[in-house]
Ligand binder design. Structure first.
Ligand SMILES: C[S@@+](CC[C@H](N)C(=O)[O-])C[C@H]1O[C@@H](n2cnc3c(N)ncnc32)[C@H](O)[C@@H]1O
Length: 272
């Protein structure tokens, strides 16, 4: 792949989904996009780069496939487990007490569904603990249609379940089917999925009590991070909560949140 082709791919990814690729990532692009050459019958990266720049139905399909191939979908159950303990034992019980209507949660880059489904498990447990049946609606969004198809299916392999779930949770929330383990309907029915690009306006999604935006902003530029987090603050109800991953920092220019440190969990509360 020559430099001009790499530039076209770099520009396309940063403009279409915010992903910033440094100059040292040519090997990654070559590895991940190499298999698309055969899929689309291209002889070279030059043809792939031309297709990205064209305006045709083939071009649209190529662009979707490039985004799918370049996004990292790594995820697992109860990732940053202390955050979920806090959600289950403090945040949901508080919201159930203070709020009358449905509690709304957004998992903003949900990959194959483990994050929003873990939220739903926590909601179920919080309800059980206080002997209530409060309604919690969770929306999982991601830029990738392909990964969302997996999320909607809610069937996972033994290996995928072993990543973060203990035997008790596995038995409690899943049942065995011919092709893996299906999540029980009482957990999956609280979650709906929608294809959504974080670069687009959030107003179509409504407002939320809790937002999870974890392990996605790391791929974006600093300016894009600030923009997305500022807009997320506007999408939160007063006093709402934002979860970044435990290794992600809040940019100092954003004043809409105060940090919360409880037990070993770290998250943010909207000021006001
Ligand atoms: C590493 S996964 C994180 C999954 C989950 N939040 C977690 O922490 O386990 C990152 C996800 O972000 C999605 N993504 C990347 N760019 C995006 C964008 N511009 N809008 C929405 N989702 C995006 C990818 O498709 C991928 O599924």
């Amino acid at each position: 792949m020559i430099q001009s082709e790499y530039k076209i791919i770099q520009n396309f990814l940063s403009q279409s989904c915010g992903i910033v690729l440094g100059e040292s990532k040519q090997y990654l692009v070559k590895n991940r996009l190499g298999r698309l050459l055969a899929k689309f019958d291209f002889d070279s990266f030059s043809e792939l780069a031309n297709a990205i720049q064209a305006n045709s139905s083939l071009s649209s399909k190529v662009k979707v496939a490039v985004v799918d191939a370049m996004t990292t979908n790594e995820t697992f159950w109860f990732r940053d487990d202390m955050q979920f303990l806090e959600l289950k034992e403090k945040i949901f019980p508080d919201l159930f007490e203070k709020k009358t209507g449905t509690v709304k949660v957004w998992s903003a880059a949900c990959s194959s569904g483990q994050e929003p489904y873990t939220v739903s498990m926590c909601a179920e447990e919080a309800n059980k603990k206080i002997g209530k049946n409060r309604s919690v609606q969770i929306i999982g969004t991601d830029i990738s249609e392909t990964i969302l198809m997996e999320a909607k299916e809610a069937v996972y392999s033994e290996l995928a379940l072993s990543r973060g779930l203990d035997v008790q949770n596995k038995n409690q929330f899943f049942h065995k089917t011919h092709d893996g383990y299906k999540l029980n309907a009482d957990i999956s029915r609280n979650v709906r999925f929608q294809q959504f690009n974080l670069l687009k306006p959030f107003s179509v999604l409504g407002r939320f009590d809790v937002i999870f935006c974890r392990n996605v902003l790391i791929y974006f530029s600093d300016a894009m991070k600030v923009d997305i987090l500022t807009r997320m603050a506007n999408s939160l109800e007063p006093g709402g909560y934002l979860f970044l991953s435990s290794t992600e920092a809040m940019p100092p220019s954003i004043k809409a949140f105060e940090p919360v440190r409880e037990r070993r969990a770290r998250y943010f509360k909207k000021v006001l």
